[in-house]
Design a protein around this ligand. Structure first.
Ligand code: ZN
Length: 325
């Protein structure tokens, strides 16, 4: 029996999945990334040894693997096989495909983790039934992934769909990319935490301030806990945050007009409360005049498996499109 390998490299763990030809996750295993203590060679060697073990334990060998897909943060280039830039991980123009080939000689397809997750959600998760979807993952940063006509779209050099770095306010907040006013600097989790902290310091007697226990960290959830208690200050923070979401979402719609916008990441656990906070404003702001169909917003459904499944789907798509690496 033949399987796909779907690998999702993250800042703290690397997830390895054995995936059927029908794109069911048969087995998965996670190992530590060890970005602080190991170099790129060591990380990939350890990952491939674990891949081999996982195959063997489940009665497979590398000869049963149809293709491998690997998603990772930053810029990882399928065409050249180079892991060009990885932010917090020790990959710097690292020839990752050549390294993997030392263990597995079959086809290997590489891509950005947010794009892989978008492909999985589009085809197997919240975007099922549509060929034009856009996934926005709200976490430490903003991950963007666009699927156009049922294929992942990343631009000519595979570095595109970085929707978080679209400026929504000139001369606004500093962003990690070096510009000011990027959407990410207003809606990623650290931004919401900062907005919450600011409101607490301005309103020390609010419910929002009082639900934070001494020595307790303010997180992306704090404002929602206070909202549950009808805190007016929390409502203000959330309304402002929702407005930042609205502006960026309308930009996404105007640029790509996806049929379904899928929201992932920790804040998406807020579900309908989150979507309803910006939905109408976004549609009002978008270039949607007259009797045209409106895009829909949905919460991602595949959770942490999306990266592995998307990597396998990308591998299968690439083979179908006649690519071989
Ligand atoms: Zn930026």
């Amino acid at each position: 029996m033949s399987v796909y390998l779907g690998i999702d490299v993250g800042g703290t763990t690397i997830k390895i999945g054995l995936i059927s030809q029908e794109f069911k996750l048969l087995k998965k295993h996670a190992i530590d990334t060890r970005a602080d203590t190991e170099n790129a060679n060591q990380i990939v060697s350890r990952m491939m040894q674990k891949v081999q073990e996982l195959l063997f334990e489940n009665g497979y060998s590398f000869s049963d693997v149809i293709a491998m897909g690997l998603g990772a943060p930053g810029t990882i280039i399928n065409k050249s096989g180079l892991y060009a830039f990885a932010g917090n991980l020790p990959f710097d123009n690292f020839p990752i495909r050549d390294k993997i080939k030392e263990y597995y000689s079959g086809p290997i397809f590489l891509g950005n983790d947010a794009n892989m997750a978008a492909l999985a959600e589009s085809r197997l998760g919240a975007g099922q039934g549509s060929k034009d979807t856009f996934m926005i993952t709200i976490g430490t940063g903003i991950g963007g992934g666009v699927v156009i006509n049922d294929r992942m779209y990343t631009g000519f050099n595979e570095a595109g769909a970085e929707i978080g770095h679209m400026v929504i306010r000139l001369d606004g907040e500093y962003c990690t990319c070096g510009r000011n006013g990027c959407w990410e600097a207003y809606v990623a989790a650290p931004a919401l935490i900062e907005q919450t902290k600011q409101a607490i310091s301005e309103h020390p007697d609010s419910i929002l301030a009082k639900i934070v226990q001494p020595d307790e960290k303010i997180t992306g959830k704090t404002v929602f806990l206070a909202l549950d208690q009808d805190c007016p200050v929390a409502k203000e923070v959330f309304a402002q945050y929702a407005y930042y979401l609205q502006v960026g979402m309308a930009n996404v719609i105007n640029a790509f007009m996806p049929e379904i916008i899928i929201l992932g990441g920790g804040i998406s656990n807020q579900g309908d409360r989150l979507i309803n906070s910006f939905k109408q404003g976004t549609l009002d702001d978008s270039f949607l005049f007259g009797d045209v169909e409106k895009p829909e917003f949905r919460i991602a459904t595949l959770g942490n498996d999306a990266g592995m499944l998307g990597a396998a789907l990308f591998a299968a798509d690439s083979l179908e499109d006649g690519l071989s690496f």
